[in-house]
Write a protein that binds this ligand. Structure first.
Ligand SMILES: [Zn+2]
Ligand SMILES: [Zn+2]
Length: 354
Protein backbone atom coordinates (compact mmCIF):
# COMPACT_ATOMS: atom_id res chain seq x y z
CA UNK A 1 0.00 0.00 0.00
CA UNK A 2 1.51 3.33 -0.98
CA UNK A 3 0.29 6.75 -0.14
CA UNK A 4 -0.39 9.15 -2.97
CA UNK A 5 -1.21 12.54 -1.60
CA UNK A 6 -3.74 11.97 1.11
CA UNK A 7 -5.35 8.88 -0.52
CA UNK A 8 -4.38 5.27 0.05
CA UNK A 9 -3.66 3.17 -2.98
CA UNK A 10 -4.31 -0.56 -2.74
CA UNK A 11 -2.85 -3.45 -4.73
CA UNK A 12 -4.70 -4.47 -7.86
CA UNK A 13 -6.24 -7.95 -8.09
CA UNK A 14 -6.88 -9.68 -11.36
CA UNK A 15 -9.59 -12.33 -11.15
CA UNK A 16 -9.42 -15.35 -13.42
CA UNK A 17 -13.23 -15.38 -13.65
CA UNK A 18 -15.66 -12.50 -13.41
CA UNK A 19 -17.64 -12.36 -10.17
CA UNK A 20 -21.29 -13.35 -10.56
CA UNK A 21 -23.19 -10.58 -8.88
CA UNK A 22 -26.76 -11.35 -7.85
CA UNK A 23 -29.48 -9.67 -9.84
CA UNK A 24 -30.56 -6.47 -8.15
CA UNK A 25 -34.25 -5.82 -7.78
CA UNK A 26 -35.63 -2.43 -8.73
CA UNK A 27 -37.68 -2.25 -5.51
CA UNK A 28 -36.81 -3.60 -2.06
CA UNK A 29 -37.36 -7.32 -1.95
CA UNK A 30 -39.43 -7.09 1.25
CA UNK A 31 -40.25 -10.41 2.79
CA UNK A 32 -44.00 -10.90 3.16
CA UNK A 33 -45.16 -11.20 6.78
CA UNK A 34 -46.55 -14.46 8.15
CA UNK A 35 -46.15 -16.56 5.00
CA UNK A 36 -47.38 -20.17 5.49
CA UNK A 37 -49.43 -19.11 8.52
CA UNK A 38 -53.12 -18.15 8.83
CA UNK A 39 -51.91 -14.57 9.34
CA UNK A 40 -50.20 -14.23 5.97
CA UNK A 41 -50.03 -10.63 4.80
CA UNK A 42 -52.47 -9.55 2.08
CA UNK A 43 -51.38 -8.28 -1.33
CA UNK A 44 -52.89 -4.83 -0.69
CA UNK A 45 -50.99 -4.63 2.63
CA UNK A 46 -47.74 -5.58 0.85
CA UNK A 47 -48.25 -2.76 -1.68
CA UNK A 48 -48.80 -0.26 1.15
CA UNK A 49 -45.80 -1.54 3.11
CA UNK A 50 -43.57 -1.45 0.03
CA UNK A 51 -44.61 2.17 -0.60
CA UNK A 52 -43.79 3.05 3.03
CA UNK A 53 -40.40 1.32 2.77
CA UNK A 54 -39.57 3.53 -0.23
CA UNK A 55 -40.97 6.63 1.51
CA UNK A 56 -43.50 7.22 -1.28
CA UNK A 57 -47.29 7.24 -1.35
CA UNK A 58 -49.15 4.18 -2.66
CA UNK A 59 -50.20 6.39 -5.60
CA UNK A 60 -46.56 7.07 -6.50
CA UNK A 61 -45.63 3.38 -6.22
CA UNK A 62 -48.62 2.12 -8.18
CA UNK A 63 -48.73 4.77 -10.90
CA UNK A 64 -44.95 5.23 -11.15
CA UNK A 65 -43.69 1.63 -10.89
CA UNK A 66 -46.51 -0.90 -11.30
CA UNK A 67 -48.53 0.89 -13.99
CA UNK A 68 -45.67 1.00 -16.57
CA UNK A 69 -45.32 -2.80 -16.36
CA UNK A 70 -49.08 -3.36 -16.51
CA UNK A 71 -49.83 -0.91 -19.32
CA UNK A 72 -46.66 -1.35 -21.40
CA UNK A 73 -46.87 0.84 -24.52
CA UNK A 74 -50.08 2.41 -23.29
CA UNK A 75 -48.28 4.04 -20.36
CA UNK A 76 -47.77 7.78 -20.69
CA UNK A 77 -46.41 10.48 -18.38
CA UNK A 78 -49.95 11.83 -18.23
CA UNK A 79 -51.13 8.55 -16.66
CA UNK A 80 -48.28 8.72 -14.13
CA UNK A 81 -49.75 11.87 -12.61
CA UNK A 82 -53.22 10.37 -12.26
CA UNK A 83 -54.64 8.70 -9.16
CA UNK A 84 -54.63 4.94 -8.67
CA UNK A 85 -58.20 4.69 -10.03
CA UNK A 86 -56.63 5.09 -13.49
CA UNK A 87 -55.11 1.63 -12.97
CA UNK A 88 -57.19 0.13 -10.17
CA UNK A 89 -60.82 1.08 -10.69
CA UNK A 90 -63.16 1.08 -7.71
CA UNK A 91 -63.73 -2.69 -7.74
CA UNK A 92 -59.97 -3.38 -7.79
CA UNK A 93 -59.27 -0.98 -4.92
CA UNK A 94 -61.44 -3.13 -2.67
CA UNK A 95 -60.35 -6.18 -0.62
CA UNK A 96 -61.33 -8.29 -3.66
CA UNK A 97 -57.92 -7.37 -5.09
CA UNK A 98 -56.55 -9.94 -2.59
CA UNK A 99 -58.70 -12.64 -4.21
CA UNK A 100 -58.67 -14.05 -7.73
CA UNK A 101 -59.28 -11.08 -10.02
CA UNK A 102 -57.41 -10.79 -13.27
CA UNK A 103 -55.97 -7.53 -11.93
CA UNK A 104 -54.68 -9.47 -8.89
CA UNK A 105 -52.62 -11.67 -11.19
CA UNK A 106 -51.35 -8.64 -13.10
CA UNK A 107 -50.32 -6.80 -9.91
CA UNK A 108 -48.64 -9.94 -8.50
CA UNK A 109 -46.64 -10.41 -11.71
CA UNK A 110 -45.56 -6.76 -11.75
CA UNK A 111 -44.54 -6.82 -8.07
CA UNK A 112 -42.61 -10.07 -8.50
CA UNK A 113 -40.73 -8.50 -11.40
CA UNK A 114 -39.95 -5.37 -9.40
CA UNK A 115 -38.91 -7.18 -6.20
CA UNK A 116 -37.52 -10.37 -7.80
CA UNK A 117 -39.63 -12.42 -5.38
CA UNK A 118 -41.53 -15.56 -6.33
CA UNK A 119 -43.89 -15.84 -3.39
CA UNK A 120 -46.19 -12.87 -3.77
CA UNK A 121 -49.06 -14.85 -5.30
CA UNK A 122 -49.59 -16.40 -1.83
CA UNK A 123 -50.65 -12.99 -0.53
CA UNK A 124 -53.84 -13.42 -2.51
CA UNK A 125 -56.10 -16.35 -3.37
CA UNK A 126 -55.05 -16.37 -7.03
CA UNK A 127 -53.69 -19.95 -6.66
CA UNK A 128 -57.30 -21.10 -6.14
CA UNK A 129 -58.69 -19.51 -9.29
CA UNK A 130 -60.90 -22.05 -11.06
CA UNK A 131 -61.05 -24.29 -7.96
CA UNK A 132 -62.79 -22.09 -5.42
CA UNK A 133 -65.72 -19.89 -6.35
CA UNK A 134 -64.89 -16.21 -5.92
CA UNK A 135 -68.42 -14.85 -5.77
CA UNK A 136 -69.32 -13.33 -2.38
CA UNK A 137 -66.09 -14.57 -0.83
CA UNK A 138 -64.50 -11.17 -0.28
CA UNK A 139 -65.58 -8.02 1.47
CA UNK A 140 -66.42 -4.85 -0.39
CA UNK A 141 -64.82 -2.68 2.32
CA UNK A 142 -61.55 -3.13 4.15
CA UNK A 143 -61.95 -4.55 7.66
CA UNK A 144 -59.38 -4.35 10.43
CA UNK A 145 -58.90 -5.47 14.02
CA UNK A 146 -58.14 -2.29 16.04
CA UNK A 147 -56.68 -4.41 18.84
CA UNK A 148 -54.19 -6.16 16.54
CA UNK A 149 -52.96 -2.73 15.34
CA UNK A 150 -52.68 -1.44 18.91
CA UNK A 151 -50.86 -4.56 20.08
CA UNK A 152 -48.35 -4.47 17.21
CA UNK A 153 -47.72 -0.78 17.83
CA UNK A 154 -47.08 -1.34 21.56
CA UNK A 155 -44.77 -4.27 20.84
CA UNK A 156 -43.06 -2.28 18.07
CA UNK A 157 -43.90 -4.92 15.51
CA UNK A 158 -44.34 -4.20 11.82
CA UNK A 159 -47.88 -3.12 11.03
CA UNK A 160 -49.65 -5.05 8.32
CA UNK A 161 -53.06 -6.37 7.28
CA UNK A 162 -53.54 -10.16 7.20
CA UNK A 163 -55.22 -11.64 4.12
CA UNK A 164 -57.72 -13.24 6.50
CA UNK A 165 -59.37 -9.84 7.10
CA UNK A 166 -60.37 -9.62 3.42
CA UNK A 167 -62.89 -12.47 3.71
CA UNK A 168 -66.56 -11.67 4.16
CA UNK A 169 -67.05 -14.59 6.58
CA UNK A 170 -64.19 -13.54 8.82
CA UNK A 171 -66.23 -11.28 11.05
CA UNK A 172 -63.99 -11.64 14.11
CA UNK A 173 -60.42 -11.59 15.22
CA UNK A 174 -59.88 -14.88 16.99
CA UNK A 175 -56.74 -13.53 18.70
CA UNK A 176 -58.69 -10.82 20.51
CA UNK A 177 -62.20 -12.26 20.41
CA UNK A 178 -63.53 -9.04 18.95
CA UNK A 179 -65.40 -8.01 15.83
CA UNK A 180 -63.50 -6.60 12.88
CA UNK A 181 -64.49 -3.07 11.94
CA UNK A 182 -64.88 -1.74 8.39
CA UNK A 183 -65.23 1.97 9.17
CA UNK A 184 -63.06 4.58 10.81
CA UNK A 185 -64.06 5.26 14.46
CA UNK A 186 -63.13 8.94 14.01
CA UNK A 187 -64.82 9.94 10.73
CA UNK A 188 -67.11 6.93 10.26
CA UNK A 189 -66.11 6.57 6.62
CA UNK A 190 -65.53 3.15 5.11
CA UNK A 191 -62.01 1.91 4.56
CA UNK A 192 -60.59 1.11 1.12
CA UNK A 193 -58.03 -1.67 0.64
CA UNK A 194 -55.78 0.68 -1.33
CA UNK A 195 -56.19 4.44 -1.68
CA UNK A 196 -53.89 7.12 -3.11
CA UNK A 197 -52.55 8.14 0.29
CA UNK A 198 -53.23 5.04 2.42
CA UNK A 199 -50.92 4.38 5.33
CA UNK A 200 -51.04 1.13 7.27
CA UNK A 201 -52.85 1.58 10.58
CA UNK A 202 -54.30 4.99 9.69
CA UNK A 203 -57.57 6.14 8.09
CA UNK A 204 -56.96 7.28 4.50
CA UNK A 205 -59.66 9.98 4.91
CA UNK A 206 -59.04 11.70 8.27
CA UNK A 207 -55.50 10.28 8.80
CA UNK A 208 -56.28 9.21 12.38
CA UNK A 209 -54.85 6.11 14.05
CA UNK A 210 -57.17 3.09 13.70
CA UNK A 211 -55.77 1.01 16.54
CA UNK A 212 -57.49 0.77 19.89
CA UNK A 213 -57.24 -1.42 22.96
CA UNK A 214 -60.77 -0.65 24.06
CA UNK A 215 -62.58 -3.93 24.36
CA UNK A 216 -66.22 -4.23 23.46
CA UNK A 217 -68.68 -3.88 26.36
CA UNK A 218 -70.02 -7.37 25.89
CA UNK A 219 -67.67 -10.27 25.24
CA UNK A 220 -68.62 -11.53 21.82
CA UNK A 221 -69.65 -15.15 21.63
CA UNK A 222 -69.33 -16.96 18.35
CA UNK A 223 -70.60 -20.46 17.82
CA UNK A 224 -68.33 -23.41 17.07
CA UNK A 225 -69.26 -23.54 13.40
CA UNK A 226 -68.47 -19.86 12.84
CA UNK A 227 -65.22 -20.26 14.78
CA UNK A 228 -64.32 -23.26 12.62
CA UNK A 229 -65.11 -21.30 9.43
CA UNK A 230 -62.66 -18.56 10.40
CA UNK A 231 -60.00 -21.09 11.42
CA UNK A 232 -60.43 -23.04 8.20
CA UNK A 233 -60.12 -19.93 6.03
CA UNK A 234 -56.88 -19.27 7.92
CA UNK A 235 -55.73 -22.82 7.18
CA UNK A 236 -56.49 -22.39 3.49
CA UNK A 237 -54.24 -19.33 3.45
CA UNK A 238 -51.51 -21.13 5.41
CA UNK A 239 -51.37 -24.28 3.25
CA UNK A 240 -51.59 -22.58 -0.15
CA UNK A 241 -47.79 -22.40 -0.71
CA UNK A 242 -47.49 -26.12 0.19
CA UNK A 243 -50.28 -27.45 -2.02
CA UNK A 244 -49.77 -25.24 -5.07
CA UNK A 245 -47.94 -27.82 -7.19
CA UNK A 246 -50.45 -30.65 -6.62
CA UNK A 247 -53.55 -28.56 -6.87
CA UNK A 248 -56.33 -29.02 -9.42
CA UNK A 249 -60.11 -28.98 -9.43
CA UNK A 250 -60.05 -32.73 -10.21
CA UNK A 251 -57.85 -33.54 -7.20
CA UNK A 252 -60.24 -31.68 -4.87
CA UNK A 253 -63.25 -33.38 -6.47
CA UNK A 254 -61.60 -36.79 -5.93
CA UNK A 255 -61.44 -36.01 -2.21
CA UNK A 256 -65.05 -34.84 -2.24
CA UNK A 257 -66.00 -38.20 -3.77
CA UNK A 258 -64.38 -39.86 -0.78
CA UNK A 259 -66.24 -37.61 1.65
CA UNK A 260 -69.46 -38.37 -0.25
CA UNK A 261 -68.95 -42.12 0.20
CA UNK A 262 -68.36 -41.69 3.95
CA UNK A 263 -71.28 -39.32 4.47
CA UNK A 264 -73.48 -41.77 2.59
CA UNK A 265 -72.38 -44.50 4.99
CA UNK A 266 -73.37 -42.38 7.98
CA UNK A 267 -76.69 -41.53 6.37
CA UNK A 268 -77.44 -45.16 5.47
CA UNK A 269 -76.57 -46.24 8.99
CA UNK A 270 -79.08 -43.74 10.38
CA UNK A 271 -81.72 -45.18 8.02
CA UNK A 272 -80.81 -48.74 8.97
CA UNK A 273 -81.59 -48.42 12.63
CA UNK A 274 -85.24 -47.43 12.16
CA UNK A 275 -85.09 -44.39 14.31
CA UNK A 276 -86.43 -40.95 13.53
CA UNK A 277 -83.86 -38.87 11.79
CA UNK A 278 -82.09 -36.35 13.95
CA UNK A 279 -81.27 -32.95 12.50
CA UNK A 280 -77.66 -34.19 12.31
CA UNK A 281 -78.64 -37.22 10.20
CA UNK A 282 -80.78 -35.07 7.94
CA UNK A 283 -77.92 -32.66 7.38
CA UNK A 284 -75.66 -35.56 6.34
CA UNK A 285 -78.36 -36.49 3.81
CA UNK A 286 -78.38 -32.92 2.55
CA UNK A 287 -74.62 -33.01 1.96
CA UNK A 288 -74.84 -36.44 0.31
CA UNK A 289 -77.17 -34.89 -2.28
CA UNK A 290 -74.99 -31.82 -2.75
CA UNK A 291 -71.85 -33.90 -3.16
CA UNK A 292 -73.59 -36.28 -5.54
CA UNK A 293 -74.43 -33.41 -7.86
CA UNK A 294 -70.89 -32.06 -7.75
CA UNK A 295 -69.03 -35.35 -8.10
CA UNK A 296 -71.29 -37.01 -10.68
CA UNK A 297 -71.94 -34.07 -12.98
CA UNK A 298 -68.59 -32.97 -14.23
CA UNK A 299 -69.38 -29.35 -14.88
CA UNK A 300 -65.91 -28.08 -13.98
CA UNK A 301 -67.38 -25.26 -11.90
CA UNK A 302 -65.32 -23.82 -9.02
CA UNK A 303 -66.46 -25.03 -5.60
CA UNK A 304 -68.04 -22.97 -2.86
CA UNK A 305 -65.63 -22.66 0.05
CA UNK A 306 -68.03 -21.38 2.70
CA UNK A 307 -71.15 -23.39 1.88
CA UNK A 308 -69.52 -26.64 0.84
CA UNK A 309 -65.85 -27.30 1.64
CA UNK A 310 -65.70 -25.68 5.10
CA UNK A 311 -68.98 -27.25 6.38
CA UNK A 312 -68.03 -30.73 5.21
CA UNK A 313 -64.71 -30.40 7.05
CA UNK A 314 -66.63 -29.32 10.16
CA UNK A 315 -69.05 -32.26 9.84
CA UNK A 316 -66.17 -34.67 9.21
CA UNK A 317 -64.25 -33.32 12.24
CA UNK A 318 -61.23 -32.66 10.08
CA UNK A 319 -59.45 -29.43 9.40
CA UNK A 320 -59.23 -27.90 5.95
CA UNK A 321 -55.49 -28.48 5.91
CA UNK A 322 -56.06 -32.20 6.60
CA UNK A 323 -58.57 -32.30 3.73
CA UNK A 324 -56.10 -30.65 1.38
CA UNK A 325 -52.80 -32.18 2.50
CA UNK A 326 -53.75 -35.78 3.33
CA UNK A 327 -53.52 -38.28 0.53
CA UNK A 328 -56.70 -40.20 -0.32
CA UNK A 329 -55.73 -43.22 1.80
CA UNK A 330 -54.98 -41.26 5.00
CA UNK A 331 -58.01 -39.05 4.45
CA UNK A 332 -60.26 -42.09 4.10
CA UNK A 333 -58.90 -43.62 7.32
CA UNK A 334 -59.34 -40.35 9.21
CA UNK A 335 -62.91 -39.91 7.96
CA UNK A 336 -63.69 -43.49 8.92
CA UNK A 337 -62.41 -42.93 12.47
CA UNK A 338 -64.01 -39.52 12.93
CA UNK A 339 -67.39 -40.60 11.66
CA UNK A 340 -67.19 -43.86 13.56
CA UNK A 341 -67.64 -45.98 10.45
CA UNK A 342 -66.73 -49.57 11.19
CA UNK A 343 -68.21 -51.42 8.24
CA UNK A 344 -68.94 -50.90 4.59
CA UNK A 345 -72.15 -49.00 4.07
CA UNK A 346 -74.00 -52.00 2.64
CA UNK A 347 -73.71 -54.07 5.82
CA UNK A 348 -77.09 -55.23 7.07
CA UNK A 349 -75.60 -55.65 10.55
CA UNK A 350 -74.16 -52.22 10.75
CA UNK A 351 -75.92 -51.21 13.95
CA UNK A 352 -74.71 -54.32 15.75
CA UNK A 353 -71.16 -53.27 15.13
CA UNK A 354 -70.49 -56.42 13.08
ZN1 LIG B 1 -57.00 -8.77 16.71
ZN1 LIG C 1 -61.24 8.48 9.45
Amino acid sequence: MTEIGKFNRYRQFRLSQPIQLPEISRLYSLEPIGLKTPFTESLSSYVLRLAQAHCVTPKKLIMGEIAPLVLGDRYTTEIASKGISALLPNSDAKPGINGMRSMTEVVVNALEELTLREDLSFLSLITWKGIIEEQKLFRSKKAICPQCFEEWKLRQKTLYEPLLWSFKDVSHCLRHNCQLTDSCPHCNRSLKAIANFSRLGFCSHCKNWLGSNITQDLPFEIDDEKHSTIENIGELIAVTPSVKSSLSLDSVIDKLKLVHAHFKSVFMRAMDIYQPFSARDASFGEYVKKLEIITEHKNEQPLNLIKLIVPICYKSKITLSQFLLYDVFVLSKTLQENLNIKRANNSRYWHWGL
